[in-house]
Design a protein around this ligand. Sequence first.
Ligand SMILES: Nc1nc2c(ncn2[C@@H]2O[C@H](COP(=O)(O)OP(=O)(O)OP(=O)(O)O)[C@@H](O)[C@H]2O)c(=O)[nH]1
Ligand SMILES: [Mg+2]
Length: 460
Amino acid sequence: MGEYTIAAIATAPGEAGIGIVRMSGEDSLEILDKIFKPTKKNSIKEYPSRRLTHGKIIDPKTEKVIDEVLVTYMKGPYTYTAEDVVEINCHGGIVSVKNILEIVLRQGALMAEKGEFTKRAFLNGRIDLSQAEAVMDVISAKTDKSFDVALGQLEGSLSTEVRKIRNDILEMMAHITVNIDFPDEDIEEITYKELEDFTNRILKQISSLLETAHTGKILKEGLNTVIIGKPNVGKSSLMNALLKESRAIVTDIPGTTRDIIEELISIKGIPLKIIDTAGIRDTEDIVEKIGVEKSKEFFNKADLIIFILNAAEGITKEDQEIIEKLHDKQTIILMNKTDLSMSITKAEVQALIPNKTILPISVVEGKGLDQLENTIVDMVYGGKVKQSEASFVTNVRHKRALENAKASIEDGLAAIQTGLALDFIEVDVKNCWEALGEITGESIGEDMLDAIFANFCLGK
Ligand SMILES: Nc1nc2c(ncn2[C@@H]2O[C@H](COP(=O)(O)OP(=O)(O)OP(=O)(O)O)[C@@H](O)[C@H]2O)c(=O)[nH]1
Ligand SMILES: [Mg+2]
């Protein structure tokens, strides 16, 4: 597919044991041959494909040794890109990889664009589009669970489900087409009732995939969790407890935290972007005032609010002001400092703030933290999707395609129920089929492809 040979540094920049320069395309071996001198033989061409070979990279112009390396030539099509691929393992750090890449480019390879290796794997038919997109998710995964989901998608879990639905649609389209094209022939006529059943089945499959999108997005991008409350209730203490390190300063002076503190943690595999904020109160202190403003800003952007009360103190006017803003927010209310004598009960808090989860905890004694973690996990999985389920829709593009597919099939269903002519129904069903094809890349434009791969990192 690739008319020219591409090259890039495949490893991350910085000091490391090894660095890898990679090439893909039909001139890969020729280029390597010009710059590589094996230790034992004269040319890389004397070695079989896929053999790790020791030697030196030598600049053909100056005959200067650039680095001592191990190289592999992998003949296509059973390679990452399905083309001939060369990998040069040199010393890590920025100098060697950069010099080797330069020499490779001087021999006629072109600098790869972002994601071009993976794009070639897709264009050469080795993987489909959703698998290609999963490559980036695998690389950028922040927790084990996000990684598992991405790997499942890379192995084709989502593609398999989408193909299954598309096959069902194809079968339905075949029935419709035959009835449109040969209305008078002696073929078995499909009834509107049968069409309706068919359509409902397809709709159900699409809907259940879509239902995984909420959890999928969180697994991929993380849950924005903001800890909020008036000063001194234990927000920073909770942040530290969840992080299991003392990240934020804790003192008994109200107004200790002035700035936003943001960290990434994993709660049973769910990536949580956890944000500690300045305690919200009216204050004349300029620095604290800015902190309070920022707290309010982060409050608005949060996926999940953890609102902390001081159980020993009860609910004050400052708490009341926060409570008023909570109603349409996903919230967990923590009654902290239950190790002290409590001046309010859970039932009383529940009466004041209905329809929210309330947990009594004591951060200093480590009580209730397990329950907090379990509550967060349940919220993310919505009690609907099982944790073991392999295919989650994690990609916004896939979600949109599924939504379009769903809208089309719903139109189709409405057309069937009102008894419209088969031609009308056919259009909707076909739209649904095409929308799903965008996920796997079977029906997708070139612009779209470019946009997708532009999000990749270099060398992948
Ligand atoms: N008794 C008791 N004290 C606690 C508990 N959790 C936190 N504290 C204490 O409460 C005080 C304030 O804790 P912080 O974590 O700094 O409170 P904060 O909400 O971050 O306060 P600001 O940053 O000022 O808004 C500290 O002295 C903590 O040790 C608890 O569960 N029980
Ligand atoms: Mg604090």
